[in-house]
Design a binder for this molecule. Structure first.
Ligand code: TYM
Length: 343
């Protein structure tokens, strides 16, 4: 990994998070989790279940803790190893909310007004949304910077939030004349998995909130369901083209080829060369087989972890303690820098 900001010379640390607001899907796996696993061997990694972000829209209190365990099971089943990476629920580490408040006083209203994800989620109802949903990207900046995170592996949809995190870090360093205090976190947005689209509409991203379950492959789907969803996925009457440029204007085709490439670890061009001239009657079954082969073991492992919730709770509690030990001293330094009273 390249070095981050010119000024910051602290250690590199990877930070990322997922909301416990529903089942994870193939987009979350290929855009984030798969890369997390690859990073943990050579880097110091902190992976957070961002329940404080989830409650920016209504979450049933009877379900929230189980949703959190469910995401933890998905992390573990995907290969995130608690012996190498810290895994914990955000709400258990108070540094997030404290730093978010300080950052609320650094970030500008104009910056938040430009966030497209709020506009997409709120639609015409922005006046009725929670203040938390509007402020969400500031909390995200606090998540990363409470750990002085230098690298953030995410899908393409998080790019603008990461730019805001950099702006907040830079303004804090500048306003308080501490140029080397916060790193400017770098997004790691990699490969064909960074932007997985809906199986029903290649111009919308695959999303937990899409009302059609056929639009996504959930990490909990059985082999039969995965195969059926891929069979039904939107494609066209054409064949697999020779080059990436020839997929222009064929978003569904580009998406299916991208999923194949991300799952198999090949480039999109390699996939095209292998299937050039074939129709979807051939390509879809091959993609279904590949998806089942890669995701099936994860689904099975997830079930095993979920059958042992005490083990999950133990991992999360230990992770929260370890996270606290890193973040609390950093936020204490912020308090000193800002000049709050202390004895
Ligand atoms: P969330 O929970 O929506 O998504 C989790 C991760 O999955 C990625 N992702 C996708 N990647 C490719 N194709 C898709 N269709 C797709 N859909 C989702 C997301 O980019 C993300 O990496 N705001 C974040 C959570 C967050 C966070 C953070 C991330 C809170 N604090 C600090 C990094 C650092 C979110 O809502 O992710």
């Amino acid at each position: 990994m390249s070095h981050t900001a010119v000024e910051y010379s602290g250690p590199e640390r990877v930070f990322s998070g997922v909301q416990p607001s529903g089942d994870l899907h193939l987009g979350n796996y290929l855009g984030a989790l798969k890369n997390w696993v690859e990073l943990q061997d050579a880097h110091d990694c902190v992976y957070c279940i961002v329940d404080l972000h989830a409650v920016t829209v209504w979450q049933d209190p009877k379900k929230l803790a189980d949703q959190t365990r469910n995401i933890a099971a998905a992390f573990l089943a995907s290969g995130v190893d608690p012996a190498k990476s810290i895994i914990y629920p955000q709400s258990r580490v108070k540094a997030h909310t404290e730093l978010a408040w300080y950052f609320n006083c650094v970030a500008r209203v104009g910056w938040l007004n430009r966030m497209t994800q709020f506009k997409d989620k709120a639609g015409k109802n922005s006046e009725k949304m929670s203040v938390g949903l509007y402020d969400y990207p500031v909390l995200q900046a606090a998540d990363i910077l409470a750990f002085k995170g230098t690298h953030v592996p995410v899908g393409e949809d998080q790019k603008q939030h990461l730019e805001l995190s950099r702006d907040i870090a830079a303004k804090f360093n500048n306003d308080f004349d501490v140029p080397a205090f916060f790193p400017l976190p770098e997004p790691l947005i990699q490969g064909p998995g960074a932007r997985i689209m809906s199986l029903r509409d290649g111009s919308n991203k695959m999303s937990k909130s899409d009302p059609s379950d056929n639009s996504r492959i959930n990490l909990t789907d059985s082999a039969d369901v995965i195969a059926k969803k891929i069979r039904k996925a939107k494609s066209d009457a054409g064949v697999i083209p020779e080059s990436i440029e020839e997929m222009d204007g064929r978003p569904e085709v580009a998406n299916l080829v991208g999923i194949y490439a991300a799952l198999s670890g090949q480039s999109q061009q390699d996939v095209l060369s292998e299937y050039v001239g074939q129709g979807f009657g051939v390509f879809k079954p091959a993609l279904a087989d590949l998806t089942v082969a890669k995701m099936g073991p994860i689904t099975e492992l997830m079930k095993r972890y979920l059958a042992a919730p005490d083990e999950i709770d133990r991992i999360l509690a230990a992770g929260a303690d370890a996270a606290d030990q890193i973040a609390t001293p950093i936020v204490d330094d912020v308090r000193d820098i800002m000049g709050f009273w202390k004895v």
